[in-house]
Design a protein around this ligand. Structure first.
Ligand SMILES: Nc1ncnc2c1ncn2[C@@H]1O[C@H](COP(=O)(O)OP(=O)(O)OP(=O)(O)O)[C@@H](O)[C@H]1O
Ligand SMILES: [Mg+2]
Length: 492
C-alpha cells in the first residue's frame, strides 16, 4: 500500500519540522508544509492530500478552522486539527468545520498515528456512504415508478422525477410540505378522500397497499388512476423515521383490463344470441303444430258445419296451446340452459360495474355502493343474474344521461333479509318513470328511440326463473329498482 500523503499546516517552523519528522518516522509521506491558511488551501486544491494536519492558530488572514472549511468545500480532504489549547468557543467552531480528528499538542507517535488512521478510515467510510447514496439517488431517478419519502411527521423529504411529473410538484416546492397536500388521493367512484397511506403506515408500522380505484389528483387538477404502496423506514433503534410511497400510473393497464373484460362480455353475449337462435327454431316448430291444426280444423269446420262445434272446440284448444308456447318463450329465456352454481353477488356487481365503467365515467355519474359485509352466496345462473344487474344499471344510466342541475348518482345496494332472500337495489337520480310500473316490464315496451323494450322483461323472466321477484319504486328524485332472490334453491 502506498503511504498516506499528508499536508502539514503549522506556522511555527520548528514545530512543523518536528511533526514532519514524526510522520516520516511512522511511515507516512509528507506532501508539503504550509505556514498560512491560504497557502494550505492552495496546496490542498492542487495536490489533494489524503490527510491535512491543521494547526488552529495560524499567521495570515484566515485561521486553521476557516482554512479547513474551505478545504472541505473544495476537495473534501479530511482535516485533523492540532492545537495546544482549546477553549469552548474554539471547540465549537472547530466542530462546525466537521474535522476528522483533534490532536492536543504535544503528541507522541502513537497518538499521531492513531488519529491519522482513524481519520483515513472515517474518510473512506464516508466516501462509500456518499457513493451508495449517489447510487440510490440514480436508481430512484431512473425507475418508472413515482417515489415520495417523508419524515416521521409525514412531511415530504424526497421525490423522484416520476413523482414530480405525476403530482405536478417539484421536489424543491414539496420539501417540508405535509404529504397529503402533495399526494392527494380520492376514491374514483365516491370522490371521498382515501385514508392517507403515510398516516396509515406511521400508525400500523407495516407495508400498506392502496384500495382499488384510487385516483391521484395532481396539482393542476389532472386525475391519474394509480396503484400504490407505502413502507415504513425503520432506523437503527427500530423506530419509524419516515415513510416511502411508491406509486404508478395505471391508466394504460386499466384500459387494457377494460378492453379484455368487454371482449369477454361480448363473447358471453354471442353465446347467448346463438342460444336464442336455437330457441327461435324450437318455438317456430312448436307453434307450427298447433297452427297447422287450427287451419285444418277451420277447414273441417267449413266442410262439415254439423261437426262445427267439435272442430271449434279443437280450434280453441289449439289456440290456447299456441298461446302457451308464446307465453313460455319468456319463461324459456329465464329457465333454459340455466347453469346453477353458488354466485357471489358482490363480486358479480363489481364485474358489471367494471363493464359499465366507461359509460359511468363519461356521464359523470357518482357511484354509491352499499354492499353489506359478508353477503351469503345465492344459488343461481351467474350469467343470467349478471344480465339482470347489467340491464338495471343500463336503464339507470340512460335515465340520468339528460339530467342536468343535480348530481347523477347511481346507488347499488345488496343485503340479505332475515336469511330468506338476497335483495339487490339499483337507484338512480334520473328522469323518473314516465309510464305505469306494470307496463315497463312488458316485452317490447320502450320509451327510448333506439330501445328494444326487452331489458326489463328479460330481467323479470330471469328473476322469476330463480324463484324471486322484481319491482320498481319511485325515488326522490329518480327511480329505484329492486329484485330479491331466495337464498335456498329448494324452495322453488
Ligand atoms: N331507471 C329508469 N328510469 C326511468 N325509466 C325507466 C328506467 N328503467 C326503465 N325505464 C322505462 O322502462 C322502459 C322499459 O325498459 P327496458 O329496459 O325494458 O327497455 P329499454 O331500456 O327501453 O330498451 P332495452 O331493450 O335496450 O333495454 C324504458 O324504455 C323506460 O321508459
Ligand atoms: Mg333497458
Amino acid at each position: 500500500m502506498t503511504p498516506a500523503r499528508i499536508l502539514v499546516v503549522e506556522d511555527d517552523r520548528i514545530v512543523s519540522r518536528d511533526i514532519q519528522q514524526q510522520l516520516r518516522r511512522i511511515g507516512y509521506e509528507v506532501l508539503g508544509a504550509a505556514t498560512t491558511g491560504e497557502a494550505s488551501v492552495d496546496i490542498a486544491l492542487g495536490e489533494t492530500p489524503d490527510i491535512v494536519l491543521m494547526d488552529i492558530r495560524l499567521e495570515g488572514e484566515i485561521d486553521g478552522i476557516e482554512a479547513a472549511e474551505r478545504i472541505r468545500r473544495a476537495c473534501a480532504a479530511p482535516v485533523i486539527f492540532l492545537t495546544a489549547y482549546a477553549d469552548d468557543e474554539t471547540v465549537r467552531r472547530a466542530g462546525n468545520a466537521e474535522p476528522f480528528g483533534y490532536l492536543m499538542k504535544p503528541f507522541d507517535d502513537q497518538q499521531l498515528r492513531t488519529a491519522i488512521e482513524i481519520a483515513l478510515y472515517k474518510h473512506a467510510a464516508e466516501r462509500r456512504l456518499r457513493e451508495s447514496e449517489r447510487r440510490y439517488a440514480t436508481t430512484l431517478a431512473s425507475i418508472g415508478d413515482g417515489v415520495i419519502a417523508t419524515d416521521a411527521k409525514a412531511l415530504v423529504s424526497f421525490m423522484n422525477p416520476v413523482a414530480e411529473t405525476l403530482t405536478g410538484w417539484t421536489m424543491a416546492e414539496a420539501k417540508g410540505v405535509p404529504v397529503q397536500e402533495v399526494f392527494r388521493i380520492v376514491n374514483e367512484d365516491t370522490r371521498q378522500t382515501v385514508e392517507d397511506p403515510v398516516a396509515k403506515v406511521l400508525r400500523l408500522g407495516t407495508i400498506v397497499g392502496l384500495a382499488n380505484h384510487t385516483v391521484l389528483i395532481a396539482r393542476d387538477g389532472r386525475e391519474i388512476p394509480i396503484d400504490d404502496c407505502g413502507s415504513p423506514i425503520i432506523d437503527d433503534d427500530g423506530e419509524i423515521s419516515g415513510v416511502v410511497l411508491v406509486f404508478r400510473d395505471i391508466s394504460q393497464k386499466r384500459e387494457m383490463d377494460q378492453a379484455l373484460r368487454q371482449a369477454e362480455a361480448r363473447l358471453t353475449l354471442v353465446s347467448r344470441l346463438s342460444q336464442l337462435g336455437e330457441f327461435a327454431a324450437m318455438i317456430a316448430h312448436e307453434v307450427n303444430q298447433p297452427l297447422t291444426a287450427i287451419v285444418t280444423n277451420a277447414d273441417t269446420c267449413l266442410r262439415y258445419l254439423d261437426e262445427a262445434r267439435q272442430a271449434a272446440e279443437r280450434i280453441v284448444d289449439n289456440g290456447h296451446r299456441a298461446g302457451n308456447v308464446v307465453r313460455s318463450i319468456r319463461t324459456l329465456v329465464g329457465r333454459s340452459r340455466q347453469e346453477i352454481s353458488d354466485v357471489d353477488v358482490e363480486a358479480l356487481i363489481h364485474e358489471v360495474i367494471e363493464l359499465r365503467r366507461s359509460e359511468i365515467r363519461e356521464c359523470e355519474i357518482v357511484l354509491d355502493l352499499g354492499l353489506s359485509a359478508s353477503l351469503p352466496t345465492v344459488s343461481g345462473d351467474r350469467v343470467q343474474l349478471q344480465q339482470v344487474v347489467s340491464n338495471l344499471i343500463a336503464n339507470a344510466i340512460d335515465a340520468m344521461r339528460e339530467v342536468e342541475g343535480r348530481q347523477r348518482r347511481l346507488k347499488i345496494t345488496a343485503a340479505a333479509n332475515d336469511g330468506e332472500a338476497l335483495t339487490v337495489t339499483v337507484s338512480d337520480t334520473g328522469s323518473g318513470l314516465s309510464s305505469r310500473p306494470d307496463e315497463i316490464f312488458e316485452p317490447m315496451f320502450t320509451t327510448k328511440p333506439d330501445g328494444m323494450g326487452l331489458g326489463l322483461s328479460i330481467s323479470r323472466s330471469i328473476v322469476e326463473g330463480h324463484g324471486g321477484r322484481i319491482w320498481v319504486e319511485p325515488g326522490a328524485p329518480g327511480t329505484r329498482f329492486a329484485f330479491a332472490i331466495p337464498l335456498r334453491r329448494d324452495e322453488l
